[in-house]
Write a protein that binds this ligand. Structure first.
Ligand code: T4K
Length: 369
């Protein structure tokens, strides 16, 4: 690793001077966590930025996913996607829920709604789709199925910050939506996450659950966990909000430049634009097909030897990991689209501070120059 190395992403941070008064306030007040002033202010600011009714802040999105399932008392089987980060399915196992994998749609790369009904059994209680790379899952079709069969919808919107579909934040869909503010995301608080909910009662229950189940000093109403976001993270989040639109603009510009450079390369497929979708530039995946000058893994190695660290998100499929692969729904025959995506994808560097020169280096290596 050297100064010339280029990573798949680099977190944006606001100038340190912006944060200093907040740190002084935290040091003076000594309210470090448990829903103090910055936490409350950040929840309100986020709800307003996202245009959603209620936000509950978390230490990270994985605990938020686990808590969301607890909140709605999901049990039995949940229909989900194999093409995601392991945290999606792990949150089900942590709740003793059986993940049932269905194949994905080749454009959205999220659950293919046409596959859901065949996977429903009397034990199915919910659907957990993912807005992969900040692209919308087919929210209307999924909601229709959920309404018909009386299922809940919990969206993993970990990649969705700042992305919109039909003018609305991706966090606005489903019974609950979970966002991640991890260092590698469009919007970061070092670690962090949130659950977006639709009514005050549900938010109340989520807030009890993330604080051990405490409703007041002497009343515990559920087997809650410690999922709280601390004051440092919340103060940082408030400062980050002022910059996030610029960051997303920069990411979109970088994506446009990649699009122009890769338009005519044989065997290198980019994602199709989706109707009524405003992307957030969170990832820049390309799919290496047979007609390309080398295999996906060879391209990965060529980039690496040039000091460019692309990532194969999401390879392997979740359904291929040992704790999942024995399930009938994990059988490769049922997941051809997901498998093809996992075997051909590579995500190229994209982040607000990626310089034009560094982006050109990436383009040159991909072109084989
Ligand atoms: N659902 C979905 C769909 C998700 O994608 C994720 C997380 C979750 C749920 C769970 O969210 P959290 O519980 O994390 O809030 C990363 C992230 O750790 C993970 O958050 C993310 N998805 C996943 C897609 O990617 P790794 O193992 O690939 O990350 P890592 O540490 O190798 O970082 C990738 C590159 O980013 C590094 O090569 C350099 C750069 N980087 C990373 C960090 C952490 C930095 O420059 N600075 C940093 O501090 O998993």
């Amino acid at each position: 690793m050297s100064d010339r190395d280029i990573y798949v992403t680099r977190p944006f941070l606001p100038p340190l001077e912006e944060l200093m008064p907040d740190l002084e306030r935290i040091w003076t007040r000594r309210d470090l966590t448990n829903g103090a002033a910055f936490h409350r202010e950040f929840e309100r600011a986020l709800a307003s930025y996202l245009g959603v009714p209620f936000v509950s802040l978390f230490a990270n999105a994985t605990i938020a996913l686990i808590t969301a399932l607890q909140c709605l008392r999901i049990s039995g089987e949940v229909i989900t996607t194999p093409y995601s980060f392991v945290a999606t399915a792990h949150s089900l196992l942590w709740n003793g829920i059986e993940p049932v994998f269905v194949d994905i749609d080749p454009v959205s790369l999220s659950i293919d709604p046409a596959r859901i009904e065949a996977a429903i059994t009397p034990r199915t209680t919910a659907i957990m789709p993912v807005h992969v790379y900040g692209r919308p899952a087919d929210v209307e079709a999924i909601q229709r199925i959920a309404d018909t069969y009386g299922l809940r919808t919990i969206y993993d919107a970990a990649h969705g910050f700042g992305a919109r579909y039909r003018g609305q934040s991706l966090a606005a869909f489903g019974d609950l939506a979970i966002m991640s503010f991890h260092a590698t995301k469009v919007f970061n608080t070092f670690e962090g996450g949130a659950i977006v909910s639709r009514d005050a009662q549900t938010k109340q229950r989520i807030d009890y659950l993330k604080n051990f189940g405490f409703a007041d000093e002497v009343t515990v109403v559920a087997a809650g966990i410690n999922g709280k976001m601390n004051e440092f993270q919340a103060a940082l989040g408030l400062r980050q909000l002022a910059h996030v639109d610029d960051c997303i603009d920069r990411r979109r510009e970088i994506a446009v430049r990649y699009d122009a450079a890769f338009g005519s390369i044989r065997g290198l497929e980019r994602l199709e634009a989706m109707d009524e979708h405003e992307p957030n530039g969170s990832y820049y995946p390309v799919f290496v097909r047979e007609a390309f000058r080398c295999s996906r893994d060879e391209l990965y190695r060529q980039l690496k030897s040039a000091g460019i660290y692309g990532r194969r998100y999401f390879y392997p499929l979740i359904s291929d990991f040992p704790m999942y692969r024995g399930r009938p729904s994990a059988a490769p025959a049922g997941l051809p689209v997901a498998r093809q995506a996992a075997d051909s994808v590579i995500c190229l560097p994209i982040y607000p501070e990626l310089s034009p020169d560094d982006q050109q280096r990436v383009i040159d290596v991909v072109r084989g120059g």
